[in-house]
Design a protein around this ligand. Sequence first.
Ligand code: PEP
Ligand code: MG
Length: 568
Amino acid sequence: MNKSLKGIVASKGIAIGKAYIFEKVKVEVDKSKIDNSRINEEIKRARTAIEDYQNDLNNQVASSEEIQGVIDAHKELVSDPYLIQTIESKIEDQNYTSDHALKETIDEMVSMMAMLDDEYLKERATDYKDIGEMVMYKLKGIVPKSLADLDEECIVIAEELTPSDTSVMKKELVLGFANDLGGKTSHTSIIAQTLSIPAIVGMKDITSNVKHGDFIILDALEGEVLVNPAEEVIQKYQALVLELEAEEERLSKIKDKDSITLDGREVEVVCNIGSLTDLDLGLENGARGVGLFRTEFLYMESNQFPSEETQFEVYKKAAEKLGDMPLLIRTLDIGGDKELPYFEFPKEENPFLGWRALRICFDMEDVFRAQLRAILRASAFGNVKILLPMIISVSEIKKVNALVEKYKEELRRENREFNENIEVGIMIETPASILIAEGLIQHCDYFSIGTNDLTQYLLAVDRGNEKISHLYDNYHPAVLRAIKHIIDVSHKAGKWTGMCGSMASDSHATYLLLGMGLDEFSTVGSQIGKIKDIIINANYEEAKAFADKVLSMTEVEEIERAIDSLEI
Ligand code: PEP
Ligand code: MG
């Protein structure tokens, strides 16, 4: 029987092959109460299980930096004294068996993480579930099924894959993933994107609709899995795969080229990163620098505010990897939808209009000082620039500039090196920053447009609210006119404007943005080849004329039609 199942595209591509159903062993938890005489024995069992798992982690050889990151994160979680103490006190105070104590402790931690508003942190609950599962196997003496045992090429079908599953898998045999659970930021999605494996998540019940060995087409362009399709469908997809491979091959030759238009205008194509792993990927994809380092991930993955030293090491490594290429480090942009597991944010009616980003940094000067000093120190090792989020006034830039000077003076006294001429730029993502752009540019070195927030604030449309997502539109004439104004203001002052919001990664917008005079496109790694391709084959003067025409339009539909009519 052939059927089609739908889900969310986690990593684009098409895979054709046999299904491998990866099922977890179901563990029975012993919920009986133990006698006091057994307490010590149960505590010992729990400790031994945790130690055994720690030993496994210590002996595991990582096949990539990403996998090493998973192993390190698990080592940290499983060694967390809070975890161990909670398990022990459940055994001691409530006479739980060790497996019951473990199960309940992990469940509590998972539901705590799942309650957070932040998608990214919510998904980190998977890591807790994962270590809980692995320790449980140790307690029960179970050797779990493993993706290390694959012996032929296949598409892995699972309820959900944990970091432990993917860290041991033979990736050369995995053609694709399809999961019942998970969202765009789930572990499977991140790993699939990192390894360029097509993946669909959130399929709800794929595990009950596909049998081991079924022939399937995983269409991770449309978010669809076709089970035992007809021969002509297979042939159609095989032809599409060849086309995609040819296009990929063509773009891979372009990715390392300079981004210069046919008539000689050069722009920068750089990448957005949240970690050193993202940087490696960006560089592999042909990025000529970093236009946005979202440092909040460093803070979100920690269990306390990261120290100056910790941050310095990361920024320095990134700066060294990039050499002369720019590294724009954005100062902490927390608040809004991004919370920290170790810091209590006040309950706010409108978090996106609330205590976030610089507003927090000004109130918590120690936190800001550690970050600015770390960035300054890293500036001795490469082409580092500071990028400030959520600016609404000149006085904010002046305040940061004064702090930067103060910390420079401290570093001089400590005989530490830094770039005396480090540039400070600002994100343009609030309506106020557009209206006072002429004043702002006098006090900073460059602009970078954050279209994600800019669009939400300009149109008064919450960027995360699915109910009104149809109103959220980067191509709204108000957004386009704001972008053009910002670029013009910076150019008049002899400075430059980049874009690090998602619009810069949207190849549909590239020609228009080029024509508006954008100087730098900071994109997700996978889009670099495509965007360079458009720039290299464009004529800047023609793109300018096109942008002028579009900027005179007053309706989104008209703008979309004009862009669609381009033969790009
Ligand atoms: C933006 O707002 O466009 C941006 C790049 O920042 P973030 O998505 O991190 O808010
Ligand atoms: Mg933003």
